[in-house]
Design a binder for this molecule. Structure first.
Ligand code: FAD
Length: 321
């Protein structure tokens, strides 16, 4: 990576974030809280909670964010989409997240209710696109704002110039970090970061890592969001149970370590609400070994103690206010 691209690839110290989705059923919230408490032992810099496009999972997202901020005590970013919603409804959601102490949003356009691939049209009274949503957030308060990025291009992008231009517009509107769509070929990420740097964009581009919890599910999801499944993942399709688990851990840990060798120091883990898999990946990734940062030390200790979280003193949550 060129020095400029290296700069764009992330923070200069090890940063870790976890993405969760809100549980579908009320009875699943206890397990959700347990998952977050276990992963808290790895001292993430922040965690995030997804938001159904058009506010379809709004109440569940509110409940999940409330648990993370008020009960688990984690710095939490709320995802927020602007598709299919009037500005007033989006602003109401922002206000609700604020009551839970949220100071960080992952600002997104989202997909139309008919699903990815359906042509996007702004709501007549809504924010027109992600950059417009970011400006709306900035008018309300001085939030931290992260956005999406697509190392293999968003499926709707006609070309790379459009793709990079959309990111640039989001940065100009006030985004300070980009979290990428998951990918499995680090060369794709490196090429993307070079393009971003060449366009003069200097915010951290944090790779999104999706450990393969279930090959069939990831394969189908990748197809819908334009992510490639490279050949080195295909052996997973033949595996099940512990063999699949071990192979998935090995693949994700190697991906993280390879990115670290290329100069990347921030990682956004799509947890799929699975603490066992994520914990095993962080234990296996060499970047999290040693005493280089308190985060790394805690990660190693948590893994060694097989997530006996009661024995681990959590790092005080950093105030972003
Ligand atoms: P943007 O990055 O704003 O745009 C995506 C693409 O659309 C652009 O690359 C471009 O091709 C095209 N485009 C957009 N605006 C214009 C324009 N003005 N002119 C021309 N082309 C344009 N979805 C959810 O529903 N809920 C979530 O919580 C959620 N979280 C996500 C988190 C991450 C880290 C990522 C990577 C994705 C997430 N998504 C989520 C998926 C996302 O909503 C979809 O990928 C959606 O299709 C695009 O939203 P965006 O904010 O990424 O769009």
């Amino acid at each position: 990576m060129t020095p400029a691209a290296h700069h764009a690839a992330g923070p200069k110290r090890l940063e870790l974030s976890f993405e969760f989705f809100p549980p579908k059923k009320p009875e699943q919230f206890a397990a959700f809280k347990d998952t977050a408490e276990r992963l808290k032992a790895f001292a993430p810099d922040f965690v995030s909670v997804t938001y159904g496009a058009g506010g379809t999972s709004k109440d569940r997202s509110f409940a999940a964010v409330e648990i993370l901020t008020q009960e688990v005590g984690l710095p939490t970013a709320a995802h927020l989409t602007c598709v299919s919603a009037a500005c007033s409804a989006t602003n109401d959601a922002i206000a609700t997240f604020q009551t839970f102490g949220v100071r960080h949003f992952v600002a997104l356009r989202g997909d139309p209710p008919e699903g990815p691939g359906t042509p996007y049209a702004p709501h007549p009274e809504g924010y027109t696109d992600t950059a417009d949503l970011i400006r709306g957030l900035r008018r309300i308060d001085d939030f931290e704002i992260s956005v999406s990025a697509y190392p293999e291009r968003h499926p709707e992008s006609p070309d790379w110039d459009t793709e990079i231009d959309i990111l640039k517009r989001k940065v100009e509107a006030g985004a300070t970090r980009a979290l990428t769509q998951f990918f499995y070929d680090n060369d794709d990420f490196e090429r993307y970061v070079e393009k971003v740097a060449a366009a003069g964009i200097t915010i951290p581009i944090v790779p999104g890592i999706l450990p393969v919890h279930r090959f069939a599910a990831v394969h189908s999801f990748a197809g819908r969001c334009g992510a490639r499944i490279p050949p080195h993942l295909l052996p997973l399709s033949e595996l099940s149970g512990e063999a699949h688990f071990e192979a998935a851990v090995d693949l994700a840990a190697r991906q993280i370590d390879d990115l670290a060798q290329r100069g990347v120091s921030g990682f956004h883990i799509y947890t799929m609400n699975q603490h066992r898999l994520v914990s095993a990946v962080l234990k296996a990734a060499r970047i999290f070994e040693g005493e280089r940062t308190c985060c790394a030390a805690r990660a190693r200790r948590a893994a060694e103690e097989e997530l006996n979280v009661a024995d681990i003193t959590p790092r005080p949550a950093r105030s972003r206010r």
